[in-house]
Write a protein that binds this ligand. Structure first.
Ligand code: SF4
Length: 343
């Protein structure tokens, strides 16, 4: 299990950060972190020449970096994507048990049967899936490029089988008009944002812009000033001329947002009404498993190595390569699902 920064003293945190910095250098490794992980890991990645980004950019960065050891601070599918893209590199993770509800909710056998039942459809899967599910797919997408890729396929007259996030799928379907058959998965963090309570919060903060990740329910997306990937939401906070933002995504994102726009007021989108007895914390329990101690342990002992069967990796690589080829050729603005101002 990873050790969250909140259970460490300031002295321990600084000592672990120093040790991790030293180990990254000794092992000639680079740290690739997601926006949702612990702030110390994000800072360390930036301070040591790594990156902090969304899953699309993490995949690109890891593939293109010269380091032969990648340390992926995020969840399992991110480490797997890094290994599939760079099979000859060592890919380490602070905690290999860090997974994702979308990945868990899309078992390979059931998904294969779903694909077999609809052979006339182009299979498009979200990055948040296992290597085995990706091996069944024609295309992989992330929230940064899903809209552009589905628009492209729709324009070619292709019918789509989409998995696993139903909210993102519905949003893409509404935006493109594509014929999409959906898998019924959801992110346990974004699924908790509530439309009714968001309306009340907007009334209290009439000048606030609403930024929403498209894994959120329709009633939340409908109130957005910006719908976008994590990179797009960060860009919106930096560029939009508003004093306040209501943000509907994992609150790990606030670390970079506060650094990038220190004068803006950031409010968490509500996850429950006042009467709720159980309220989501809007933070992914699996992203929270990434900690400084886990990072030091994997670098020191070589634990947490991601392994993928080479044949499976080669098959899964096709859908990832197709996505990376498409995004390189179309060079869409980083992180945008829909343009700033769109809802
Ligand atoms: S925040 Fe949601 S989509 Fe992201 S890793 Fe966690 S469960 Fe998966």
């Amino acid at each position: 299990m990873g050790q969250g920064a909140c259970s460490l003293t300031q002295t321990e945190r600084l000592a672990l950060k120093d040790r991790a910095r030293q180990l990254l250098q000794e092992r000639q490794a680079v740290l690739v972190a997601h926006y949702y992980v612990d702030g110390d890991l994000q800072d360390l990645a930036l301070e040591t020449g790594g990156c902090v980004s969304d899953s699309l950019e993490m995949a690109r960065f890891g593939r293109d970096h010269h380091a032969q050891t990648l340390v992926v601070a995020g969840v399992r599918f991110m480490g797997e994507s890094a290994k599939i893209l760079s099979p000859h590199k060592t890919v380490l993770m602070p905690d290999l048990d860090a997974t994702c509800s979308l990945d868990l909710g899309c078992p390979t056998d059931d998904f294969s049967a779903f694909c077999d039942a609809h052979p006339d459809r182009t299979v498009v899967v979200y990055a948040n899936t296992s290597a085995a599910v990706k091996a069944r797919a024609d295309w992989m997408v992330t929230s940064s490029c899903a809209l552009a890729i589905v628009s492209h396929l729709h324009a070619q007259g292709q019918k789509i089988l989409w998995a696993p996030d139903r909210h993102l799928g519905r949003y893409i379907q509404e935006q493109t008009g594509a014929d999409m058959l959906m898998w019924n998965g959801a992110c346990i963090v974004h699924d908790e944002f509530k439309g009714g309570e968001l309306e009340l919060l907007r009334q209290e903060h009439p000048l606030a812009k609403v930024l929403v990740h498209p894994e959120s329910p329709a009633a939340v997306v409908a109130q957005a000033d910006v719908v976008g990937s994590t990179a797009a939401l960060l860009k919106a906070v930096m560029e939009l001329d508003a004093p306040e933002f209501i943000v509907a995504t994992d609150n790990g994102m606030f670390h970079r947002m506060r650094q990038a726009a220190p004068n803006k007021v950031l409010l968490e989108a509500p996850t429950a009404g006042n009467s709720a007895t159980c309220k989501s914390c809007a933070h992914c329990p699996w992203m929270a498993m990434n900690g400084l101690q886990g990072l030091v342990d994997c670098l020191e002992r070589g634990t947490g190595a991601v392994e993928i069967d080479p044949a499976l990796g080669r098959t899964a690589l096709r859908c990832i390569d197709r996505m990376l080829g498409f995004t390189a050729a179309t060079a869409k603005p980083v992180g945008l699902v829909s343009g700033i101002g769109a809802a």
